[in-house]
Structure formats: structure tokens, C-alpha cells
Design a protein around this ligand. Structure first.
Ligand code: SF4
Ligand code: MG
Length: 456
């Protein structure tokens, strides 16, 4: 998911800016979009299933005047893809309304929810994020700042949160820093967003990342920072750099595009192969293919075209729509690849569906050899922290050897980036990253068998 928040009382057009920011974050979630705004004491919200531009238009946005607002684009990691599960969540508590938008996934939501339900709380959605809103509402007598601090101390998992409450915009990042969140300054206010590409689109200037275990409280007096957790292992999601984030974003000081190009260079050193041309699976493999070509001296070419109007394959919630999506999405440049030995770069192999289709299409177009090089290690473990990797039995890297996968997808050779190469490409210390989907080294205890529909 993607989140954004703007605090800029007196500035016109905040709901439009929220909407533009969400368009910039659309790659983080395509199932539903929503914004919640506060003007004076009046809180309103609008959310629907669909892409940001399907959900919002000028009429709707003009009816949502704002001093403060938050927004969310969703793809489901917990809870079905229904409008009742769309965010921001808006709930009433004794002193007013709370709006909350969450990117991430809680690992102890079931426990907390059971406890709250025993105590009489009522839940209206099947998403884990609702427990956070309930905890805050329940702690309201502490004062809203304290209520947020006490509530986030109870939750475990990954979260980048934006909360609008009591005329404050609050941003929270989990103690491991799994999901990104950063602060920017604009005329008359501040912006919080999952990625810096959303700051750029509203013309705000990047200030800094919210730190792991930090709460930032933005009101008319500026920004206050509270550290609610210390000494936790920093575990920034490496998959953000591999695939999830937009290449024009900078996350925790690291340029996503540069990390991807570097992963391609390292991949070329680790797994060279003689060929005529380097091509990418667009768009996610392009940066790494450029790096691979640069390092190997083999020319980069456009071997496939992606239909711009199709969403991300992976993000379609079930297998059937995912397979159809590959065909709708990608087409081969037949004259370019005919008679050529190709190095095909993709950022990751998850289920193996995409690679298999693409190798078929390339061979059908007359490519003589297809050597797949993947700019991340085999995905062997599920993510419990907000990236929708499937259960282990559907991860081809967990159930098959590299040789078997090569056979399955019909490639002439297949090789992956090493775990070490991945860490080097992002240029972080290994200890600062989560690499669990590649090595099983989770930064916290995870449930035995995660069930994303546990509250249905
Ligand atoms: Fe990111 Fe993988 Fe860790 Fe999930 S398990 S947070 S996708 S690195
Ligand atoms: Mg891809």
C-alpha cells in the first residue's frame, strides 16, 4: 500500500494534492483509493475500489475542503478486496474522529483484536489496521499524543502510518523501519508520504525519512519527534529496492534506480554469459538490464513493450487474472529479437508464471537462446510485512532448484543475484536490511501459517 498525509491549513487544494500524491503512489496498490480530510472540526472521507483516477474527479475533490488530509492506495495483504476494507479508516471516538492509513502488516492483530472484542469493541472491517484505530480510540483519555504512543507500543509487525486526529497529522514508522515513510516541506505545511516520488509531484521539498521507531507529530507549531522504541534491529525492506518502490524514489538515503542498476552490474560479474543482446522484462527489470549491459559490454535493447494501461501483474489478487494479465501486458519486438541470443533480465521470480510466458513469446518470435538473469536472489520465504508474496508452496524458489526452474520456464540458462550481491547493490549494512524473503532471516517472530483472510 501507499500512504500520504498533508498538513497545510490555509492552503487551497489540499485534497487535489492528496490525489496527485496517490497517483504517484499508484504502483503501491491498485485495488482501492481514498482520502480523508479535516476542515475546521469537520472530517469527511471518500474511498472506492479502483485506481485513483477512477475513484476521484474534480467534483468529488471540490467537495472535500481541507486543512489537513490523509490518503491511501491499497492492495490487500490482510483482508479481502472489498470497499469496506478500503482506507483511510475513519472511526469516531468520544472526543471526535480519527482517520488512519496504514502500509504494512501486523503480526499480532489477531491477539489484539480478540482481546478488544472480549472487552466489547466492535470491528467493521476485516483488515488488521482497524485494531490500531480501536486502540487509539480506547486510549483517548490519555490525550491524543499519548494515546497514539501507547497504542503503537502494543502492535507488532510492519507499519508506516499516517493518522489525522485532533488537528494533528501524525506519522509513525515501525521500530524495524520495514516500510518507508518520509517528510517533505511545502509552502505553508508538511507532507508525509511512503515514497519521495509523491513529494515531488506536489512540489514539496524532501526533509528527511521518518526514523524507525519514531513518531512525528505535525501541527501549526511545526514538527515534534518522539522516539517510542529504541535498540530494535533496523530492517528496511530490501524488496522495496528490488521491485516495489518507484525507481525515481529515494528511500532511507538510497536511490532506488541506482541500487537497481548496481544490482545489474553485480549480476553481470557474478553470472556472465555470451550473448548478442541484453533485454529487460519491462518495467521492473529495465534498470538492472542497463547495469548488466554496461558491465558486460553487451548492448542493451528494447526487446519487449509493456502496455502502459495495464496494471502490475503481480498485484492482481488471484492466479487466473495474473496469467491473463501477462498476455495483456507484454509484447515482443519480433524484428529485434529474431535470430538473437538474448540475456533477459527480470528483477525477481516469484511464482515463475511471468518468466515462463516470456520465454515462450521470445522463442516464438525467433530468439535462438534465452538466458535469464534475475537481479535478486530466489524468493524462498513469504513476506509477513506487507508485500503480497504468496504462501511458500507457491514460491517456485522455495519448492524447486534453480536447475528445475530453468527447465520449467524453458530458458537456456538461469542465474540469480547472490544474497551478498543484493546487500551490496543497496549499499547498506546487511544488519540494516530485511532480506527475509530471500533467506528466511525475519527481523521478528512470524506466525506459523499466515492467513490473509483471518478476519473474514
Ligand atoms: Fe521486504 Fe522480503 Fe522483508 Fe517482506 S520479507 S519486508 S518483502 S525483505
Ligand atoms: Mg517485473
Amino acid at each position: 500500500c501507499g500512504v500520504i498525509g498533508i498538513h497545510a491549513p490555509g492552503i487551497e487544494g489540499i485534497s487535489h494534492m492528496l490525489c496527485f500524491g496517490l497517483i504517484a503512489l499508484q504502483h503501491r496498490g491498485q485495488e482501492s483509493a481514498g482520502i480523508a480530510v479535516l476542515k475546521g472540526d469537520k472530517m469527511q472521507y471518500y474511498k472506492e475500489m479502483g485506481l485513483v483516477q477512477e475513484v476521484f474527479n474534480d467534483d468529488i475533490l471540490n467537495r472535500l475542503p481541507a486543512d489537513i488530509g490523509i490518503g491511501h492506495v491499497r492492495y490487500s495483504t490482510t483482508g479481502e478486496s472489498y470497499v469496506s476494507n478500503a482506507q483511510p479508516l475513519v472511526v469516531r471516538y468520544k472526543g471526535g474522529s480519527i482517520a488512519l492509513a496504514h502500509n504494512g502488516n501486523l503480526v499480532n492483530a489477531v491477539e489484539i483484536r480478540n482481546r478488544l472484542e472480549d472487552e466489547g469493541s466492535i470491528f467493521q472491517t476485516s483488515i488488521d489496521s482497524e485494531v490500531i484505530a480501536n486502540l487509539i480510540a480506547k486510549n483517548y483519555n490519555l490525550g491524543m499524543k499519548e494515546a497514539v504512543i501507547e497504542s503503537v507500543k502494543e502492535i507488532k509487525g510492519s507499519y508506516a502510518l499516517v493518522v489525522m486526529i485532533d488537528h494533528m497529522l501524525i506519522g509513525v514508522r515501525d521500530p524495524n523501519g520495514l516500510r518507508p515513510l518520509s517528510i517533505a516541506k511545502m509552502d505553508g505545511g508538511y507532507v508525509l508520504a511512503s515514497e519521495s516520488c509523491a513529494h515531488d509531484v506536489v512540489g514539496a521539498e524532501f526533509v528527511r525519512d521518518v526514523e524507525p521507531g519514531e513518531i512525528v507529530i505535525i501541527d501549526e507549531n511545526g514538527i515534534e519527534s518522539i522516539k517510542f522504541s529504541q535498540g530494535c534491529r533496523k530492517a528496511i525492506c530490501s524488496f522495496e529496492y528490488v521491485y516495489f518502490a518507484r525507481p525515481d524514489s529515494i528511500i532511507d538515503g538510497k536511490d532506488v534506480y541506482e541500487a537497481r542498476v548496481e544490482s545489474g552490474r553485480i549480476l553481470a560479474r557474478e553470472n556472465p554469459v555470451d550473448a548478442d543482446m541484453v533485454i529487460a522484462v519491462p518495467d521492473s527489470g529495465i534498470a538492472a538490464a542497463i547495469g548488466y549491459a554496461e558491465e558486460s559490454g553487451i548492448p542493451y535493447n528494447v526487446g519487449m513493450i509493456k502496455n502502459k494501461y495495464m496494471g502490475r501483474t503481480f498485484i492482481q489478487p488471484d492466479q487466473k487474472s495474473r496469467e491473463l494479465a501477462v498476455r495483456l501486458k507484454l509484447n515482443v519486438m519480433k524484428n529485434t529479437v529474431r535470430g538473437k541470443r538474448l540475456i533477459l533480465i527480470d528483477d525477481s521470480i516469484v511464482r515463475g508464471t511471468t518468466s515462463k510466458r516470456i520465454v515462450n513469446m521470445l522463442k516464438a518470435a525467433g530468439a535462438t537462446e534465452v538466458h535469464i538473469r534475475v537481479s535478486s536472489p530466489p524468493v524462498t520465504h513469504s513476506c509477513y510485512f506487507g508485500i503480497d508474496t504468496p504462501n511458500r508452496q507457491h514460491l517456485v524458489g522455495a519448492t524447486h532448484t534453480v536447475e528445475e526452474i530453468k527447465e520449467m520456464v524453458g530458458a537456456d540458462s538461469l542465474a540469480y543475484l547472490s544474497n551478498d550481491g543484493l546487500v551490496k547493490s543497496i549499499n547498506f549494512e546487511k544488519c540494516g536490511l530485511c532480506t527475509a524473503c530471500f533467506d528466511g532471516d525475519y527481523p521478528m517472530e512470524v506466525p506459523e501459517e499466515a492467513d490473509k483472510f483471518m478476519f473474514e
